[in-house]
Design a protein around this ligand. Structure first.
Ligand code: MN
Length: 676
């Protein structure tokens, strides 16, 4: 629970040192003091918006981490975390004074701020979360960042209101889920409650006071449960600590919304947590609970035998408790409890514990020995590797110089990047810079790289590119370009021959009847979503819906909503994810144009393309792009990208085209329906 009335508690280095002495007896206190003095000098004269000296912030961040029992290196880095970003301190100075490891942590935290300020669109929140994990080598960087966020959220009331909302939203979308993903539930819950308070103060206060009202009654009930349990456990010689569960306003709020329950219904379920020393005792306690009260069989879960993916372990059971109330019981060891609250951070705490030896977790000391640290770091890397694989098997994330995130397949090169931005950029790429350094085009990119490509009108794809590009789309685009070159060469050849034969042939249009128009940049989409506005909407490429089509929205992970035609074949494989579909409808609007691909097949004849172009322009539409080639020697195939207002408009165009002499078929591409 959070006390929002909390006034500034100016804690000092004394608080940090005594927390460390109490919590982490192994800490190198002189190193901590040195980092504090360094940071204090660097931030000299700076103030927080609260009016306090700036050093209060890094100090509080360090105290949060000391509470999580993190190691000397992490806490020293926490004290220094804002020096490079906010003061004249250089990374070199940190490295000279504190060594490589601390410097790298500080560097990592500084880089997160850089990534963050480059990417602002909320639609990218999921991507940004992935980015943070993908680019960070040492997970302690994220742990420091989360503690930093936590202190900033605890003091959010000093920010101007508009900042408060922005920061709270960012916390809700990026940092709280990240903390949860790392199993740090204590931090994620507090981040959520603090953000909840800013974003929705009314609901927050309602839940808070509803809970306060029911608290006395609940406490009395739990006290009774505790007594009954205690007696039984003592008889069996099992020692355990029995507590109520921490109240997490935001999760209660979410339950009322998602399960459409009232606070009373949720609160009807009582909850306790029993913490003991070893696993055998956990199962012993479970036996006692099930003897005292009858269990609801379907609600038993053994996360000790089968831990959750974020390392969470515990026994869960629900029983019919005293007075017929449902009672949720969690049973776990101290170590499991630490993991449940601190997640990945507990990794450092129990580093020495190999399971065979039972340890009192209050007396665990920290690793000081550098060799042990090295092996620990290797473990961390292993952990990160599995975590990363788990999150996104084969993707990397790189940046444009302006900070847009581009997702590419693993082993992608600057050329894949260029084609991902735009075909024309890919086709004219002549050089590339990665993190401001010139590199060969076949360089493999890594997550976090800032990539820039140089283009030239004289540049063009080469056969050799196919050997190292990774993404299928880049490969396809290069092949297409190369094939067109060959085709136009042979066509030029045959043009000459045919001209002399006085027969005309199809060629890529150069004449002025056809206006080739670039894709308009920001197209208004013209779609309304029930109950939502301000979402990123894209029209799917696979079926290219246009107004008048029967459509449905699909909520993608992190890329907003994609609009498909209801009968789009690619929706079939998404059928088991029904909850991600959303109803959408077209807005009545006549000034928006949508691109559609239309294929025209005809028996080749002179002036064919001109006749088609005339009809298209009479239908008041634009040709964005046209491709033409001859199939056999006399069948002409055209693929147009046209701009249409909607289904009716498209039908009109198709009807016009069908009347043209020698045309055999006209149909919308990506849709195997023959319209003639
Ligand atoms: Mn900070």
């Amino acid at each position: 629970m959070i006390d929002f009335e909390l006034k500034i508690r100016s804690r000092d280095i004394g608080t940090l040192l005594s927390t460390l002495k109490k919590n982490n007896p192994g800490t190198d206190l002189s190193a901590i003091q040195k980092a504090y003095l360094f940071a204090n000098a660097a931030h000299e004269g700076q103030l927080r918006l609260s009016g306090e000296p700036y050093i209060v912030h890094p100090l509080e961040v360090a105290i949060i981490l000391a509470g999580l029992k993190l190691d000397t290196i992490t806490i020293a880095a926490a004290l220094l975390h804002d020096t490079v970003e906010d003061t004249g301190t250089s990374m070199d100075m940190i490295e000279k004074a504190f060594g490589d490891e601390i410097a790298q942590l500080v560097d990592g935290v500084t880089k997160i701020s850089a990534i963050k300020s480059m990417t602002k669109a909320t639609a990218q929140a999921a991507t940004l979360r992935k980015m943070l994990i993908a680019t960070i080598k040492d997970i302690r960087v994220i742990i420091i960042k989360l503690a930093d966020k936590l202190h900033n959220m605890r003091t959010i009331m000093f920010q101007p209101p508009e900042n408060q909302v922005r920061v709270a939203r960012e916390t809700m979308e990026i940092y709280a889920p990240l903390a949860r993903r790392l199993g740090m539930s204590k931090i994620s819950s507090e981040l959520e409650d603090l953000s909840f308070h800013v974003l929705d103060p009314e609901d927050y206060n309602e839940i808070k006071s509803a809970i306060a009202q029911r608290d006395t009654e609940l406490e009395a009930y739990l006290e009774n449960v505790r007594k009954l349990l205690d007696k039984q456990l003592r008889e069996l010689g099992i020692s355990a600590e029995i507590t109520g569960r921490a109240k997490h306003y935001y999760s209660i709020y979410k339950k009322t919304k998602e399960q459409k329950k009232t606070i009373d219904e949720i609160y009807d379920i009582r909850a306790i947590r029993i913490i003991t020393h070893d696993i055998t005792d956990c199962y012993g306690i479970l036996g006692v609970v099930h003897t005292l009260w009858s269990p609801i069989a379907s609600r038993f879960k053994d996360y000790i035998a089968v831990p959750k993916s974020n390392m969470y372990q515990s026994l869960h059971t629900t029983v019919i408790g005293p007075e017929g109330h449902r009672l949720e019981v969690q049973i776990r060891t101290e170590k499991m409890h630490a993991t449940a609250e601190m997640g990945i951070a507990a990794h450092w705490l129990y580093k020495e514990d190999h399971g065979a030896t039972r340890r009192d977790y209050k007396n665990l000391t920290f690793l000081k020995d550098i060799t042990e640290w090295q092996s620990d770091l290797k473990d961390t890397r292993e952990f990160m590797k599995t975590l990363k694989m788990d999150l996104y098997e084969n993707e990397i994330f790189v940046f444009t110089p302006k900070g847009k995130i581009i997702k590419l397949p693993i082993n992608a090169t600057p050329l894949d990047f260029a084609y991902a931005i735009h075909t024309e950029i890919g086709n004219t790429t002549v050089g590339a810079k990665v993190n401001s350094q010139m590199v060969p085009l076949k360089t493999r990119l890594k997550s976090g790289d800032i990539v820039e490509v140089m283009t030239s009108k004289k540049g063009h794809p080469s056969e050799a590119w196919l050997k190292f590009v990774t993404s299928p789309s880049a490969r396809y685009k290069i092949r297409t370009w190369l094939r067109k070159q060959i085709e136009s060469a042979t066509r030029a050849d045959s043009d000459e021959r045919q001209n002399s034969d006085k027969t005309a042939a199809v060629s890529i249009p150069k004449d002025e009847q056809i206006k080739l128009k670039g894709l308009s940049k920001q197209r208004k989409i013209g779609i309304t979503i029930e109950g939502a506005s301000d979402v990123l909407i894209r029209l799917s490429q696979c079926c290219q819906p246009i107004p008048g089509d029967d459509v449905v929205g699909f909520i993608t992970r992190g890329r907003g909503i994609t609009v498909h035609r209801r009968n789009c074949p690619s929706l079939k494989r998404l059928n088991n994810e029904k909850e991600r579909f959303i109803n959408i409808m077209w807005e009545a609007s006549s000034d928006t144009f949508y691109p559609v691909k239309v294929a025209v097949e005809a028996i080749d004849r002179p002036n064919l393309l001109k006749d088609i172009a005339d009809e298209i322009s009479l239908a008041k539409t634009n040709i964005i792009k046209v491709e033409a080639h001859l199939e056999n020697s006399d069948i002409a195939m055209f693929k147009f990208i046209l701009e249409v207002r909607g289904n009716d408009h498209l039908k009109e165009i198709i009807a016009r085209l069908k009347k043209i002499k020698s045309i055999t078929r006209v149909y919308k591409l990506n849709e195997k329906v023959v319209l003639k």
